[in-house]
Design a protein around this ligand. Structure first.
Ligand code: UMA
Ligand code: ADP
Length: 449
């Protein structure tokens, strides 16, 4: 379907740019390309994409194809700009690919224009936390740095203003379609399986994350997982962090965060306790070194940062039972981390609420940590049977139809001294608008107990 003048034919259109996906990213790409005077067509597989009204208001002359992607138009483009949520493996792009038409994303458009240094963060878990920490650390040091990317704000929105640096959270989807990034510093925090419905295998997912290191000046690497950063470009300086090895530049030793033999801080002085929080702190300190941030301002942020909503946050303690919201745990690695960190804190039982959309995940990695720490798993959502098949010998399983039922059942099953953890290991889109909506509904249900 066409919006706009259906008489318009493609013949004669030169330098055509096709923007695929009309969410937040697509709209930012439209604004950027139109401001640069480009000829643009917008396209979206949805019937009524969220950005279509903005598009019609701001660019009434722009043609927009909805309901499906049109391979013929894609095949006429000089460049195709896809949103992160658009898989480029789909058939509609085959012809364009065969013709060698570049398929890029908003990050590629951004890095071609950006003048200030880029500090780039990726990983399967901890991206938003580390990106936020770096933003707070820069602010504390009085530096004018922007924060954007997968965290929510499309990067192209930053080009309007002057900044002395850009702190970007980048997803594997965004990195897939970016070739010109040459970050001042880049970090892959960790890589555990996620988005397996989008990648052919784990290696393809890992390779997408690894692109963040291409042409970077300083590669910040996790010494505990060499497979996620090797090999590095020969011109990149390496700064390492580790939870296990004192050979790293930043590491954990005797409950202290260390920098090359020097004690930075005892972990008990940090607002957040637990191995993954220390990993995020060490990675942030290493990135901050390249950003030129004073250690004191970084440590001050770490001392006060109590974490982001929906990431393993204590909601409330009711009649001796502590209720934790970890709705942002949308993959197995995040849930494993939450179970271990809460499980190790508690003498009582741990009850887990999990389920949703699996995204092609293999849940078997959860088996042993559930067996070690969890007494009961309350399962909900589209792929709960998949979880049940894997966990049936690890804990008592209960099946429910809604998150509210899960909360009520957990209240019946738990007693003083126990912990209840919502950490779904799944995406939320089967039953909720997004992970934040799932977390908010959980909090509401807990508060109603
Ligand atoms: N669409 C198509 N064809 C398709 C698939 C999607 O036309 O085959 C259309 C949809 O109909 C929709 C549009 O694409 O109209 C949506 O694009 P999008 O999913 O890329 O969403 P945006 O609103 O542009 O948000 C994106 C990121 N979304 C995804 O990666 C799925 C946001 O990350 C990011 O904050 C934002 O750009 C700004 O950079 C969200 C996310 O879930 C938070 N990220 C994943 C994660 O963190 O696990 C990677
Ligand atoms: P991302 O942006 O990569 O999704 P977040 O900071 O939003 O990361 O955290 C997502 C989930 O991962 C939360 O459940 C959080 O508790 C968990 N998490 C945060 N940091 C780490 C880490 N370093 N390793 C493993 N899990 C983590």
């Amino acid at each position: 379907m066409w919006f706009g003048d259906s008489e318009v034919a493609l013949g004669g259109v030169v330098n055509l740019h096709v923007v695929v996906g009309l969410g937040a990213t697509g709209i930012s790409c439209m604004r950027h390309l139109k401001a640069a005077g480009k000829e643009v067509i917008a396209m979206d597989s949805a019937k009524a994409p969220t950005g279509v009204q903005v598009l019609q208001q701001e660019f009434p002359d722009v043609k927009c194809v909805v309901s499906e992607l049109d391979p013929a138009i894609l095949g006429e483009a000089e460049e195709i700009i896809v949103s992160p949520g658009v898989p480029v493996a789909q058939q509609a792009f085959a012809g364009a690919k065969a013709k060698g038409i570049p398929i890029i994303g908003d990050i590629e458009l951004f890095v071609r224009e950006a003048k200030a240094p880029i500090y780039a963060v990726t990983g399967s878990n901890g991206k938003t936390t580390v990106t936020t920490l770096l933003g707070l650390m820069a602010e504390k040091a009085g530096r004018r740095m922007a924060v954007a990317g997968n965290i929510g704000k499309p990067v192209l929105e930053l080009l309007q203003e002057d900044y002395e640096g850009y702190i970007l959270e980048l997803s594997s989807f965004q990195l897939e379609t970016t070739d010109s990034l040459a970050a001042k510093a880049a970090v892959v925090l960790n890589v555990t399986p996620d988005h397996m419905d989008r990648y052919t295998d784990f290696e393809a997912y890992r390779a997408a994350k690894h692109k963040i290191y291409h042409h970077c000046d300083n590669a910040i690497v996790n010494l505990d997982s060499p497979d996620i950063w090797q090999p590095l470009d020969k011109n990149s300086e390496m700064i390492s962090f580790s939870l296990l090895s004192q050979q790293a530049d930043y590491y954990l030793q005797d409950n202290k965060l260390m920098q090359r033999g020097k004690v930075l801080v005892e972990v008990k002085q940090l607002a957040l306790q637990g191995q993954h929080h220390y990993q995020n702190a060490l990675a942030s300190l290493a990135m901050g070194e390249v950003m030129g941030l004073p250690v004191e301002s970084m440590l001050s942020v770490l001392a006060h940062f109590t974490g982001l909503s929906h990431r393993c946050q204590l909601v409330k303690t009711i009649r001796g039972v502590s209720w934790y919201n970890d709705s942002k745990a949308t993959n197995v690695g995040a849930t494993e981390t939450a179970i271990k960190s809460i499980g190790e804190l508690t003498e009582g039982r741990l009850l887990l609420l999990a389920g949703g959309q699996s995204k092609g995940a293999d849940f078997s990695a959860l088996r042993s940590c559930v067996a070690s720490y969890v007494s009961d798993v309350i399962l909900f959502g589209e792929d709960k049977e998949q979880l049940a098949r894997v966990l049936n010998e690890s804990a008592r399983l209960h099946h429910v139809d809604s998150l509210q039922q899960a909360v009520r059942l957990a209240a019946e099953l738990s007693q003083s001294g126990d912990q209840v953890l919502l950490s779904p290991a799944c995406a939320s889109f089967d039953m909720f608008a997004n992970f934040a909506d799932r977390g908010d509904q959980f909090i509401k249900a807990v508060e109603a107990l």
